[in-house]
Design a protein. Sequence first.
Length: 655
Amino acid sequence: MPSYNQLLTQAQQLLARRKLAEAEPLLKQVLALRSRNVDAMIGLGLIYNETKRHHEAIEILQQAAALQPYSIMALANLGTAHHFLEQHAEAVKAFRQCLTYQPNNATNQYNLACVLKAMGELEEAAEAFRRAIELKPDYIDALFNLGNTLRDQKKPDEAIETYERALKFNPNHAESINNLGNAWRDKGDIDRALEFHRKAMALKPDLLDAVAGVGHALRDLGRPEESLAPFQYFMERKPGDQVTHSGYLLALEYLAEQNPERVFAEHVRWGKRHANPESLPTPTFTNDRTENRRLRIGYLSPDFRQHAVAFFLENLLTGHDRSQVEVICYSTNTYTDAVTERFKGYASSWREVARLPEPELAELIRNEKIDILVDVAGHTAGNRLLAVARRPAPVQVSYLGYIDTTGMSQMDYRLVDAYTDPPGMTESLYTEELLRLPSTFACFRPYEPLPEVAPLPALANGHVTFGVLSVAAKINMGAVGRWGEVLTRVPGSRLIFGGNGLLNASVQERILGTLAAKGVGRERVEFFGSQPLTDYFALHGRIDILLDPFPVTGHTITCNALWMGVPVITLAGRKYVSRLGVSVMSNLQLPELIAKTWDEYVASAAKLAGDLPRLGELRRTMRERMRTSLIMDAPAFVRNVEAAYREMWRKWCQR
C-alpha cells in the first residue's frame, strides 16, 4: 500500500493535469491516514470549488486555515468559495488576510477587487484593481474589470482609456474590444460602439455579449428592423438571458410598422420563459386583511434619480396621505444624485437593494409585509421583474416606467387612463388588468429652475422652426419622410433635431437622405446631441412647433415642451406607446393637436405653422394652461391613485 506521501504526490500530479475526479479519492485517502494534512485539505478545497461544491470547500478550507493560519492557498481558496456563494463579507476577510501576509500578490488584489465590485463598493474596487495593475501592469483581467467598474461609476472616458491600455497588451482581447464599444455607447457615439461590437464578434463569434451589443447599437441608431436578427441569434443560444430578451422587446416597440399582437405575444413569451409561476415557489401571505387600514405601498424602481420617470413620480410620493399610506422605496440602482436624496426624504423607509439577488429581494419585500408592490421599471434597464415574479406582495402593479405589458401573470394591474387605453381597445394586449385613473395616468412636475417662456421664434426669424426632440432610437425614416412633407408644405421652414444619438454620422446621413428625397435641403436642418438640462430647455426658445415621433410617442419630452410654450403635434395610434400624446393633449383640451392619420398630422402641422397669431397665443398661454390642468393637479391625482390602490386591496381582501 502506498504511503500517504506517495498518495499526496500522485494526487497533486493529477491536480496539475486537471484530473479532478481521479485526484479527489486519493486526497481523501491521505486525510484518512493523516487527518491534519493541510496540503490535502487545500487540494480538496480546490476540487470542491472547481466542481461548484462551495459549502464543502468552505468546511475543509476553514479547517486548513485553522491549522495553518498563514497559508495563502487555504485563505485564497476560502475567499473564492465565499465569493461564489455571494458571502461577500467573509470573502473580503479571507482575501484581506492573504494580503496581510503577502501584500504584493496581484492575484489576491484582483480577487479582493472582484468581491468589492460585487458588493457595490465601486471606489474601493477600483483602487484594488489599480493596485493589482501596479503589481502586474499587463494584468488583462484586472484592466478589463477596472474598465467595467469605471463604467458602473459613470466614468466612460476613464473606462475607454483603461480598455485601450488592456488592448496594448493584447490587441485581440475580444471582451475588452466589446466593452470599449459599450463605453462609447455610454458617451452617445453609437456608430463607434457598433464598430467595436462587430470587431469583437469577428474575433470571437461565440462572444454573445458582442452579439447583443450589435443589437442594442442598431436599435439605438434607429434601425430596429436590423437589430432583430442579432437579438434573436443571442436568444437562441442563451435562452435564459432575460435582459437581452427585454432589449429585443424594446426593439419591437420601435418598429415603424407596428404589429401590436406580435409585440404582445413576445412579451407573453418573455413571461413564460423567464417568470413561469409553475417553476417558482407558491407564495403565502400573512398580511392583515382589514380593508380600510393604512396600506404599506412599496415602490420598486431604478429611477429614483435625475430621470424622465422622476418628473412624474415625485408628485405621487410627496402627495401621499400618510394616514392612509406608508411609503417604502426599494432602489435598484447603485447610482445616486441630488434627486435621489430628495426621494429618500419622501419615503417612510428607504431600501438600497441593487446588490440583492432576486430571491433575497423578494423575501425582503414579503417579510416587510408590503400590501401593494408598484413596479416602476417594467422591461427597462435595472428592472427586477424576476423578483416580482416570485410574488413578494399580495397585489402587484405595473406603472409609469415602461411603455407596454410586462407579459407576466404575476403582475395583477396596470395603471393607465381612458386616453392611453380607451375601453374596449387594448385590453387584449395586456396580461395585467387595466385600471384606468380618472383623466390622466400621470402628474407632471416641471424641472426647476427653468427659464421663462421665450418669445415666438418665428417672429424674429421670419420663418417657422419645427423641432424633433427624441433619442435616435425613436426616429424611423417613415416618420422622417412625413416631417419632410411638413417642411415642403411650409416654405422656408427649418427643422431642429435634438437628442441622444443624433450626432452619429450614420443617423444624420439617413435622416438627411430621407429629407432630400422630399426636396428638403441640408441647410434647413440642424442637429444637437444629448445636452445638459439647462441647454436642453434653452433649445425650446428656438422651436415654434414640436413634432412628436411615432410609433413611440413622447411623454416627458412632450410635457417639457408644453411647459416651455411649444405646442406638440401628435399622432394617435392603437396602443399605449402611441397614445401618450393623446392623453396629454386631451387633458389640456387641445384636440386640434391630435392627428388620427399621417395625412392629418402633416396638414395639422402645416396649418398651425401658417397661423402665427394662434402660435403666439399658444406660446403665451401654454404654461398657465398646463398649471391649471388635471395633469398638474397633484392633490387630485394622488387621491385618484390612492383610491385605485384601495380598490385593488379590497378585491384581494374579498377573495
